[in-house]
Design a protein around this ligand. Sequence first.
Ligand code: FAD
Length: 413
Amino acid sequence: VSKHSIDIAIVGAGIIGVCIAEKLQSEGYQVTLIDSEPPGSGCSSGNAGHFATDIILPLANVKTLLSVPKLLLDPLGPLTISWRYLPKLIPWLGRFAWAAMPHQAAHTIEAIKQLNRPAIKDYQTLLARTNLQHMMVQQGALSVFQSERAKRSNQQHLALVRDHGVNVDLLTQQQVQELEPNLKSSLIGGLYYPDTAHCLDPHHLVLNLAHHVFEQGGQLIQDKVKAMTPTGQDTIKIVCEGQTFSAKQVIVAAGAWSKDLVEPLGYKLPLETERGYHLMLPNAAQHLTRPVTSFERSFVMTPMQQGLRLAGTVELAGLDAAPNYQRAAVLHQHAKEVIKPFDDSDASHWMGHRPSFPDSLPVIDRCKYHSNILYAFGHQHLGLTQAATTANLIANLLQNSRQTNSAYAVDRF
Ligand SMILES: Cc1cc2nc3c(=O)[nH]c(=O)nc-3n(C[C@H](O)[C@H](O)[C@H](O)COP(=O)(O)OP(=O)(O)OC[C@H]3O[C@@H](n4cnc5c(N)ncnc54)[C@H](O)[C@@H]3O)c2cc1C
């Protein structure tokens, strides 16, 4: 073991890892981020940038289950499963179906709300502390629809989420046009969520937060963690490809790659990846002023510093399969149906690995077998939204040994 000894090692420098590093550092801890790649190289760089506090229904619900057969018939549709990967997925899909049962889903909604409710306020505090307030724009978000049938479905959705405390209004076609004049007039209405926000550049948010941590004395070790072994002397040996360290505390925040890292520590977790895609249109940023989701086409368009980002789709194909960028290209076709003609020159595509448990909730907990190892991963579609709040929960766990909500427990599976 090298002489190098670390107080708190955070494995993974995505949005979850850097928010935790910043929070702990602000409370006086010595932090070291370890990542095989530069900060923000994983899923956190290319997401849709929506601080989506309005999304409180888990993906695992009866409606999703009923729509699966139809969705699977379209290989470029919003959900696809790799047939080759299917055998490995079956246990996860079984748990997903169980989590979708109404009594389970009701429990999950409460747990999502607990993370989403304080999310914007927690970011405001974090961004003020790091002088990055300009990265978050609070202009709400729209979800738009094209048919009367979709309108009825959206009215039901409105009643449901309002009951859960989400601030939402039903807009007419004209009101939608007033908010976003570049949306097509074939859209007959929308739901407006005034309290949500968006990020002007998710990758730079991670980079800037990491930079802040390093400026304040935090360290970065760029190396791949191969194993973490408790030594019995209140330290953890962290074996990386190039070097070995010991740390007093370790926080695992390695997103979709966390599963293999924690398995030797006593947990075989049903963590899968829901791969998602984006298409970036660098010359169309001015087209919209807030995130707009198309209800029928299940994708989101967010105006960012570097252009208009079209993002979405779920592809269940594991961590290793090559990207299928046709899934990003199809977003271009969808956008043409929803927004007025736009400049599509110099478009670029991206694929990222959402870290997802079958019940649509993360693990935010302490390892039951080794009390100086903590877990913060599995934030699926809401990792950007929930990162600042997750960091606060981890800080509480570290200081008080207090349990978080049992819905985020590592031993719930
Ligand atoms: C298309 C798309 C759109 C999305 N839109 C939104 C949105 O609008 N709003 C929202 O809230 N969320 C959104 N998400 C989800 C969000 O991006 C993720 O939940 C979030 O980025 C997960 O962050 P993370 O830090 O856990 O993981 P990551 O960002 O993937 O970071 C994990 C890090 O761990 C490192 N790592 C892995 N293994 C090791 C190892 N062995 N040793 C060292 N380092 C390691 C990786 O290199 C990586 O940097 C979207 C996702 C996708 C794909």
